[in-house]
Design a protein around this ligand. Structure first.
Ligand code: HXC
Ligand code: NAP
Length: 279
């Protein structure tokens, strides 16, 4: 419950901003950069001086975000790419380097999700989410490693609280996000000697996103809001600065970690998630 006892629907406080120029001169590839949290991260990276290359399947969405960044004085390219297609991801990496000279940052935000009881989920439904989230993240990391090693760059992958917290109707996404958390730690260890840092960020419920539109239909919303100890859902503007920080020189000794940005949601464990079952 929020301090006002209103069930937690109050507005987010104005978010504090990072000092300008956290990633000046860097080049960032952002998967899922055409909408939601990925677009918010791309916008903030660009505001802090990075050129951004946006990946996703829908050219129009990428073009719109890229145009907005360019209109604000930034540098951006849209590169329609399905992260499940390794050769296409390799081409996107090559295009980023061709356009901007090098690659310093990779953000993995592309994902697919829906609510489904495990007992009704088809093998292809499970595989599709694993393929986009986990294999797509591996593809982007693997395709960009050689360039990141040249710049001593970094990777930040967006996971979710259900990587750790058991969640009904989310066996596919939970397994995928848990896999990305493990991939993060293994790559961090293996690539540390190349100077490449690998971290993840695990958001809880974030307002005004496709993710929460899909995961909190109707009746489940009120109880999912009450479950957040800070009393409200977060905003994209509260996720993006943490990602920019992890990409900045201030985080130069941080690798192999996962940063929860969930208002304390995961502290309350699995019980609160049972509301997804409509009970
Ligand atoms: C059960 C479903 C389903 C549903 C699709 N499938 N939707 N099963 N319930 N609602 C099954 C299909 O029947 C099919 O299996 C298989 O999944 C593949 O479906 P396609 O439509 O062919 O897949 P594709 O076109 O690749 O689309 C992928 C997608 C889609 C994930 C299904 O929804 C998508 O593109 N989503 C991208 C945007 C998105 O999801 N954003 C939210 C991310 S939020 P069969 O057996 O029939 O062939 C997020 C939140 C994290 O990750 C956590 C928050 C706390
Ligand atoms: P979103 O707007 O739907 O973002 C997902 C993006 O991934 C879309 O732009 C989508 O664009 C892209 N995408 C999907 N499949 C792809 C593929 N095969 N290849 C390339 N791009 C693909 O949803 P969001 O809620 O902002 O989620 C962003 C990230 O945050 C995801 O990793 C999600 O799991 C994570 N997250 C969200 C929340 C939340 O509360 N929303 C909480 C925790 C974690 P196209 O469909 O055009 O390809």
């Amino acid at each position: 419950m929020s301090p006002s006892g209103d069930g937690g629907a109050g507005p987010a406080p104005a978010s504090a901003s990072l000092a300008p120029g956290q990633v000046t001169g860097k080049v960032a590839l952002v998967t899922g950069g055409g909408s939601g949290i990925g677009a918010g991260i791309a916008r903030l990276l660009a505001q802090h001086g990075a050129a951004v290359v946006l990946l996703g399947r829908t050219q129009a969405k990428l073009d719109a975000v890229a145009a907005e960044i360019v209109a604000a004085g930034g540098l951006a390219e849209a590169c329609a790419t399905d992260v499940r297609d390794f050769a296409a991801v390799e081409r996107a990496v090559a295009r980023a380097v061709e356009a901007f000279g090098h690659l310093d940052i990779v953000i993995n935000s592309a994902a697919g999700n829906f609510l489904s009881p495990a007992a009704a989920l088809s093998a292809n439904g499970f595989r599709t989410v694993i393929d986009i989230d986990l294999c797509g993240t591996f593809n982007a990391c693997r395709a960009s490693f050689a360039e990141l090693a040249k710049t001593r760059g970094c990777i930040v992958s967006i996971t979710a609280t259900q990587a750790e917290v058991p969640t009904p109707l989310q066996v596919h996404a939970g397994a995928a996000k848990a896999g990305i958390e493990k991939l993060t730690r293994d790559l961090a260890l293996e690539w540390a000697s190349s100077g490449v840092r690998v971290n993840s960020v695990a958001p809880g419920p974030i307002e005004a996103t496709e993710g929460m539109k899909r995961l909190a239909p109707g009746a489940a919303q009120a109880s999912l809001r009450k479950q957040v100890p800070l009393g409200r859902w977060g905003s994209i503007d509260e996720v993006a600065p943490a990602v920019v920080y992890l990409c900045s020189p201030a985080a130069s000794f941080i690798t192999g970690t996962s940063l929860l940005i969930d208002g304390g949601t995961s502290l309350t464990g699995a019980a609160g998630m049972m509301s997804l079952l409509g009970g």
